[in-house]
Design a binder for this molecule. Structure first.
Ligand code: ADP
Ligand code: MG
Length: 334
């Protein structure tokens, strides 16, 4: 079933009449042993403002994912994220078969990856949490000398206050209306002071990792004995602690799990046993606040423009937004 049909520029007819034949041609070029593909070989999994995801099944029952990037201002990030993934394919479960930014054969940049069998699970047992910690530790333990920040690369010590200010600046330039809310401005002030408390934890961070960057539970596919990350287009080099912070929050949502302290400690110990990292737990705390704040802005933006198009996503985002607001309001009694 197609999820979130929210792109006003591409309708179903365009997909079937123009895009499907182009994708079929691309497959014949890129993937050996494709054979005769018929209409039912291609299935639209999701389309949103930013991306189009199509599942392809070849006659010999191999499955692939074709993902196109629809938003031009994000093309460069898409390219660098998938190039990073290609350089680390042996450390992940996802094989990239083609990455094409030329827009010659297809109107948008695209990537073809393997399909991962399994499912998104909204409730995880402790074993799955531990397996997930192992998966991330193995991804993060290969280190890089520099990290990416807004608009550049740095090899100096990471400062979460500067990163926070940079991201706030970006949002303020692009979505000034969101900053009319007094809750948002108060929260920014509180977070700036709070992040000051994590200075030592961030100063100690001198090596960086390949970060998935969007590792919430809807981008994690569970199979027996494995936790697989998909949707790598936010990958970059940075602090791996953020991959935990985007998944574990003080309350659960459609994208985040809430785990009790004993499971959380076990998960962090599991991670540190594979990739020792001083102050990891502290940085997870700081990034959790960071990710909650920007998720609030993202959900606010979505909810202000998508009331009708996708009710389930609207409700999930509204629920998360209200929870974040309540959490921050209680935290600082503001
Ligand atoms: N490699 C993959 N293997 C299996 N399913 C996938 C894969 N990539 C995407 N999907 C399916 O398509 C959906 C949307 O893909 P995703 O890359 O997460 O797009 P978006 O950027 O819109 O979140 C996923 O929730 C999943 O159901
Ligand atoms: Mg996704």
């Amino acid at each position: 079933m197609c999820q979130n049909f929210q792109n006003p520029l591409i309708d179903n007819r365009t997909i079937e009449v123009e895009l499907y034949p182009a994708i079929t041609r691309i497959f014949k070029h890129n993937i050996a042993s494709v054979g005769q593909m018929c209409e039912s070989s291609l299935r639209l999994l999701s389309i949103a403002k930013r991306s189009l995801v199509i599942l392809i099944e070849t006659p010999n029952r191999q499955k692939y994912i074709f993902k196109a990037r629809l938003e031009p201002n994000l093309y460069a990030l898409f390219k660098s994220a998938y190039e990073l993934l290609i350089s680390r394919q042996s450390d992940t479960n996802l094989k990239v078969h083609a990455l094409d930014m030329s827009c010659k054969e297809f109107p948008y940049p695209y990537v073809i990856t393997s399909f991962v069998e399994g499912e998104v699970k909204f409730s995880w047992d402790e074993e799955t949490h531990l397996l997930h910690a192992q998966t991330l530790a193995k991804l993060h333990r290969k280190t890089y000398p520099s990290y990416r920040f807004y608009g550049g690369q740095a090899s100096t010590v990471m400062c979460i206050q500067n990163l926070f200010e940079g991201c706030v600046y970006y949002w303020r330039q692009n979505q000034p209306n969101l900053f009319l809310e007094s809750f948002v401005n108060k929260t920014i002030d509180h977070l700036m002071s709070e992040f000051h408390l994590y200075k030592v934890a961030f100063r100690a961070k001198t090596e960086f990792s390949m970060v998935h960057g969007d590792a919430h539970n809807q981008n994690i596919i569970i199979t027996t004995g494995a936790v697989n990350l998909i949707d790598w287009e936010s990958a970059y080099t940075g602090d791996g602690a953020i991959d935990f912070a985007k998944l574990y929050w003080p309350f659960s949502t459609a994208w985040q799990h809430h785990i009790n302290d004993s499971v959380k400690n076990a998960v962090i110990s599991e991670y540190l046993s594979i990739y020792p990292d001083p102050y990891f737990a502290e940085r997870v705390e700081a990034w959790t606040l960071f990710s909650m704040f920007f998720s609030y802005l993202d959900h606010s933006l979505f909810c202000s423009t998508h009331t009708e198009t996708n009710k389930v996503e609207y409700q999930n985002r509204m629920f998360a937004k209200n929870k974040i607001e309540r959490y921050f309001t209680e935290k600082w009694s503001c």
